[in-house]
Write a protein that binds this ligand. Structure first.
Ligand code: SAM
Length: 269
């Protein structure tokens, strides 16, 4: 990778999270976790120099990659010229996802995400009405722990709930810093999230779920009822808490996903 970058006079850009995964075993492990079948469609965000792309193009029926760095786009266009199942977009992936609604229902995200935008990208995909069937993503260990968390864990919070609403965390594994070039300053992990077969909420109930979760976690140490009553009538909330058997003294971090969805259904039947 070093030689390749020197030859093309590419200086890596830290703000674009350019830490490239070069370890063959880890790349294979990521692709195996995606359980790709020949008819599958894979979305890769941030292909970089394409080591993961190479495996995806070999195993999936179709690969769509989105890369922001024009220098890498030129390299990838040469590298993958003539590969009929590969499409490359030169774009900012987050802007691309937000620009218009896409149908990702038959897609699997398989990506070593740029760490600075990993969380908003995952939320954008998870919250889209036609969300991908699986997301296999390498990111900062700290973010991976938030995605895998359960109620009452230190890492449990808004990101956990927004993603777990529609995705069950299946497995995760750490990837040592030495597997990347250059080695990042933070630890990394790959997380495998599978779309729930039956959604907990209807599409029209989701904005209410997001509002409740964001308000409930706006001040972690405060009682949830006190925070929620800034937005909803207290009588309605106390009745809902009673119906669900939630103490009026409870803090948001103690409540599981099912309790948040049940509360959503009461406030937005
Ligand atoms: N997939 C490659 C690998 O595993 O070696 C590279 C991963 S590197 C962590 C992240 C990649 O995302 C870089 O190639 C970077 O240029 C690209 N990138 C950064 N921000 C981006 C964005 N907003 N949209 C699309 N690509 C982005």
């Amino acid at each position: 990778m070093r030689e390749l970058l020197t030859k093309r006079d590419i200086q890596l850009t830290k703000s674009l999270g350019q830490n490239f995964l070069h370890d063959g075993n880890q790349l294979r492990r990521i692709v195996n976790a995606a359980e790709l079948k020949p008819a599958d469609r894979a979305l890769e965000i941030g292909p970089g120099l394409g080591p993961l792309t190479e495996l995806l193009v070999a195993e999936a029926g179709e690969v769509l990659a989105i890369e922001k760095d024009g220098r890498l786009v030129s390299f990838l266009r040469e590298q993958f010229a003539g590969r009929a199942n590969f499409t490359l977009l030169h774009d900012d992936a987050l802007e691309y996802l937000r620009r218009k609604e896409h149908d990702w229902q038959d897609w699997k995200l398989v990506a070593n995400l740029p760490y600075s935008v990993a969380s908003p990208i995952l939320v954008e995909l998870a919250m889209s009405p036609r969300r991908p069937e699986r997301m296999v993503t390498t990111l900062q260990l700290e973010v991976a722990q938030r995605l895998m968390a359960r109620a009452d864990d230190d890492d449990y919070g808004i990101l956990t709930l927004l993603v777990q609403l529609d995705y069950a965390p299946k497995e995760w594994f750490k990837i040592p810093a030495g597997c990347f070039f250059p080695s990042p300053d933070v630890d990394s992990a790959c997380v495998v999230l599978t779309r729930r077969p039956e959604p907990f909420l209807r599409e029209d109930q989701r904005p209410m779920f997001v509002r409740i979760v964001k308000r409930a976690f706006s001040q972690r140490r405060k009682m949830m009822l006190k925070l929620l009553k800034q937005e909803w009538p207290v009588e309605k909330l106390t009745a809902a808490f009673a119906e669900l058997g939630i103490s009026t003294m409870e803090r948001a971090e103690k409540l599981g996903l099912e309790q948040f969805t049940a509360l959503t259904k009461i406030l937005h039947p």
